[in-house]
Ligand binder design. Structure first.
Ligand SMILES: Cc1ncc(COP(=O)(O)O)c(C=O)c1O
Length: 496
């Protein structure tokens, strides 16, 4: 059903005509999806996959209300925003009602990248400054201006980075510079931003904006300490800059308790610009920038018209309205809280059982599982995370691994994800982790040595840790060679 070509022909045509840097999931055995409903996707053979990663299909794949709203408006009219149309103003009014004052002026665009690029233009025009502070590991989009402020991408390039871009440490209290044992990580991380500003000033730069995702996604499901944004905003405002909150991945109720993820920081924090994308149209390409009247007026004062052929067209706005209606009607925020809490509870039970799980962090249906080879040293278990993803795919569950070391399992499913789905996914993860731990942490004695005789890993009795670098004591080597049941016991000790 819905297949024009056989799978192999689709692969061949894709290889021939689509840019090679456009990657597919599971490149050695890609999945061909032909239809989807709710939180499930179906391949060409009718096999069902549980979708734990699609934060675009926010209210569920192919939601009938959204489909109907788009089709109905398409039958009637689609045109650009130079004509008056009620959908545009009605949608802007509804969207604004979800945001705190003074965020009240919308620019409708077509992708998260367009939204962030426009946000930079607004910041440059409003402040008259050029410098942008971004967070380490951030990703804000694929256009040139955003690659420049996306260390997740530009760290992969050899060219030197844009001189007006400054990278602040990611406020990650698990792996970052200041961790959960720090008395005040929010202040410590925001002081880093203050120092960057002072440094930039000394070099003759002026700061236009600080940009951050309200919760960092590609960076590894990072939840900044509460109060961090307020303190950063204070430093940035003092320097004449503004605060841009990128909600492209995490907005529209994903966090459950709040409609916007920046609101987790507290009611005393309001960004100057919010950018939106992915979930806004449930798969329809639309996005938005919302800002204050003052910033919008300053942008106007340049004298240049802002025109966007597709942004804010009646079809997109009808779809956007339908998405907002479904979130409300189906209490998807409530579901995100309930199912998210249940998922966290199940995962925490797994943490008590699996040494590979170093950290579990999340809010609502935005959850990360940080896999480690060594809990004390927090060494990223990259290959193991990939193994989990591939094995889950075999079980018809779609999950991804991200973060700078690609070791963080990322849950960001459609908000209709259920408790049964969470239970099913976690049961499979449990099984896979057990298999991997048996294979890695409980190697056969010979597997502990490389072909040239160098000891690769063993359980070090003295420090109760698996040592992967071959520096174990003789007793450790002896205990390591003493058979699987004893080794299993060692793993139990390690878990404690
Ligand atoms: C946080 C964030 N901002 C912006 C973007 C860019 O959005 P788009 O791919 O719609 O241009 C992405 C895309 O992954 C993103 O994750």
């Amino acid at each position: 059903m819905s297949e024009t070509f056989e799978k192999q022909k689709t692969i061949d045509l894709r290889n021939k005509h689509i840019g090679p840097s456009c990657k597919v999931f599971f490149s050695h055995d890609p999945i061909k999806i032909v239809r989807a409903k709710g939180q499930y996707m179906f391949d060409e053979r009718g096999e069902r996959y549980l979708d734990c990663i699609n934060n675009v299909a926010h209210v569920g794949h192919s939601h009938p209300d959204v489909v109907k709203a788009g089709a109905k408006q398409m039958e009637l009219l689609n045109t650009n925003s130079r004509f008056l149309h009620d959908n545009l103003v009605q949608y802007a009014e509804r969207l604004q009602a979800t945001l705190p004052e003074p965020l009240s002026v919308c620019y409708f665009v077509n992708s998260g990248s367009e939204a962030n690029d426009l946000a930079l233009r607004l910041a440059w025009q409003y402040t008259g400054h050029k410098g942008i502070i971004t967070l380490d590991h951030a990703y804000h989009g694929h256009v040139s201006s955003l690659i420049d402020i996306s260390p997740y991408k530009f760290h992969q390039m050899t060219d030197s980075k844009n001189q007006t871009v400054f990278v602040a440490p990611c406020p990650d209290i698990y792996r970052g510079k200041y961790r959960e044992d720090h008395p005040d990580p929010a202040t410590a991380y925001s002081d880093e931003v203050r120092d960057i500003i002072q440094d930039a000033h000394k070099k003759g730069h002026k700061i236009a904006a600080f940009i951050a995702e309200s919760l960092q996604s590609c960076g590894g499901q990072i939840i900044p300490p509460r109060g961090y944004f307020q303190k950063v905003a204070q430093h940035v405002h003092q320097a004449g800059g503004i605060f841009i909150a990128d909600e492209v991945q995490v907005g529209f109720g994903r966090t459950g308790s709040h409609f916007w993820a920046f609101q987790l920081q507290g009611e005393d924090f309001v960004p100057d610009i919010v950018t939106m994308g992915k979930p806004i149209g449930n798969g329809h390409p639309m996005s938005c920038v919302v800002t204050t009247r003052n910033i919008a007026e300053a942008f106007m004062s340049s004298g240049m018209e802002y025109f966007n052929t597709f942004g804010g067209n009646p079809v997109s706005c009808a779809i956007g309205l339908a998405v907002l209606n479904v979130i409300e009607k189906e209490d998807l925020q409530g579901n995100a809280t309930r199912v998210g809490n249940y998922l966290m509870q199940l995962l925490n039970q797994q943490k008590a059982k699996h040494p590979l799980i170093g950290d579990i962090r999340g809010v609502g249906l935005f959850v990360g599982v940080d896999l480690v080879r060594d809990r004390a040293k927090r060494i990223a278990a990259t290959a193991e995370a990939q193994e989990v993803i591939y094995k889950l795919k075999e079980q018809r569950i779609l999950l991804s691994a991200d973060g700078p070391d690609r070791n963080v399992l990322k849950f960001k499913p459609p908000l209709c994800f259920s408790e049964e789905d969470a239970k099913f996914a976690v049961e499979k993860i449990d099984k896979i982790l057990t298999e991997i731990e048996n294979a890695i942490l409980l190697p056969t004695p010979s597997a502990s040595y490389s072909s040239n005789g160098i000891q690769e890993k063993c359980y070090d009795e003295k420090v109760h840790k698996w040592n992967l670098n071959g520096t174990c004591s003789q007793e450790a080597v002896d205990s390591h060679d003493s058979g699987p049941s004893k080794k299993r016991q060692k793993v139990k000790e390690y878990i404690k």
